[in-house]
Ligand binder design. Structure first.
Ligand SMILES: NC(=O)c1ccc[n+]([C@@H]2O[C@H](COP(=O)([O-])OP(=O)(O)OC[C@H]3O[C@@H](n4cnc5c(N)ncnc54)[C@H](O)[C@@H]3O)[C@@H](O)[C@H]2O)c1
Length: 338
């Protein structure tokens, strides 16, 4: 049995990943470490909590003695590091917590892994040679694109928000632990995820909820900002493949080649809701869309070139947007009971 630490496993992507990995493998136990901030929810783990290969620790990745205890108690052999403050809007209002969790927390995790797995730089303890620290990061570290081009693994970093700046900082620390100490690390930079368990504050859950409540659906600026949408289960599959077969010290960009403007997303969701739950007056939910003052420093376009992970590791995003968004809407309709 191999014990894997999943930080932030009560959040959106981490919880989907916890389900995915427990269902896929019989020889892996997972230890979810999560502070249960406003963004974490133990409900996201229902269905796997009873599994004897599942362990939950409520705690902070900045708590060094807790990290050491976890590594010792569970003999951790791999890490999927999801824990982060993740909402750009919050980072504009309160950046300090982003620096603490995203930068300092990642540093403490790296330090703990290094001292538990290695005896000195580039020398692993026996039986720890195959360990891996997979750091889950974002395409937002690359900044904003114009109407053409894609983010590749070689794109220079140009983070524009406090959120992306702290993720960029954490990526740099991960990189440095590979080059300085030989720690087995891999960084993944992915595009916007969507799917079950996403926090209510994010764009797609907000559009669905506001529409169902027949309230104004807020869309920033002119709605023409472009994001590249990745279904969360496809992302989980990619992370598993990268962890198993990715080259240590490398970076892999993960995206589904699915660019949409925010207004296109809102229209699509409204059209599906028009079918699934028609309004009494037969109008469209689109009537509720309302443009609001743009987010300061709002990046215009993100788009990922995922050819490295596709060609080298044979991963493909298998979920078509139409299918992914339909099941996401159904999932949130059940959650909101509206
Ligand atoms: N959601 C996306 O579209 C997206 C896109 C690119 C990258 N990412 C990255 O993927 C990771 C997961 O994102 P998400 O959307 O699931 O985030 P989320 O906000 O839904 O979940 C974050 C989780 O981390 C936990 N957490 C926060 N601070 C912690 C701390 N100090 N110690 C322990 N746990 C803590 C929270 O309680 C929560 O459960 C993040 O690192 C994020 O930067 C997300």
């Amino acid at each position: 049995m191999k014990n894997i630490l999943i930080t932030g496993g009560a959040g959106f992507i981490g919880s989907n990943f916890a389900h995915y990995i427990l269902n896929k493998y019989n020889n892996i136990s997972i230890i979810v470490l999560d502070k249960l901030t406003y963004a974490g929810n133990e409900e996201n783990l229902s269905g796997i909590k009873e599994n004897n290969r599942f362990h939950f620790v409520k705690g902070d990745i900045c708590n060094v003695s807790l990290l050491k205890d976890i590594f010792l108690e569970y003999n951790i052999k791999g890490i999927f590091h999801f824990a982060a403050e993740s909402h750009v809007d919050n980072s504009i209002d309160e950046p300090e917590i982003f620096v603490r969790t995203n930068v300092l927390g990642t540093f403490h995790l790296l330090e703990t892994a290094k001292s538990y797995w290695m005896k000195e730089p580039f020398k692993y303890n026996e039986k720890y040679e195959d360990t891996c620290f997979l750091h889950v990061s974002t395409d937002e570290v690359y900044g904003s694109l114009g109407s053409e081009g894609y983010f590749t693994e070689e794109t220079p970093y140009a983070p524009n928000s406090p959120y992306s700046a702290t993720k960029a900082g954490s990526d740099m620390l991960v990189r440095s632990f590979y080059h300085t100490y030989g720690l087995n690390t891999i960084i993944t930079n992915c595009s916007n995820n969507y799917g079950p368990n996403q926090h209510d504050e994010k764009l797609i859950p907000t559009i669905i909820r506001k529409a169902l409540l027949k309230e104004n659906i807020p869309i920033y600026g002119d709605g023409k900002n472009i994001r590249d949408w990745l279904y969360v289960e496809d992302h989980c599959k990619a992370l598993d493949i990268v962890f198993q077969n990715g080259r240590k010290g490398e970076v892999y960009n993960i995206g589904a080649n699915c660019e949409k403007t925010n207004i296109e997303i809102a229209f699509k969701i409204c059209e599906i809701l028009d079918e699934l739950k028609p309004l009494d007056n037969k109008e469209s939910y689109k009537e509720y869309i309302s443009f609001v003052k743009d987010r300061p420093g709002h990046d215009k376009r993100y788009a990922i070139d995922a050819s490295k992970v596709i060609n080298e590791l044979k991963w493909q995003a298998g979920t078509k947007f139409e299918k992914g968004i339909f099941s996401t809407i159904k999932w949130f309709m059940k959650k909101y009971r509206i």
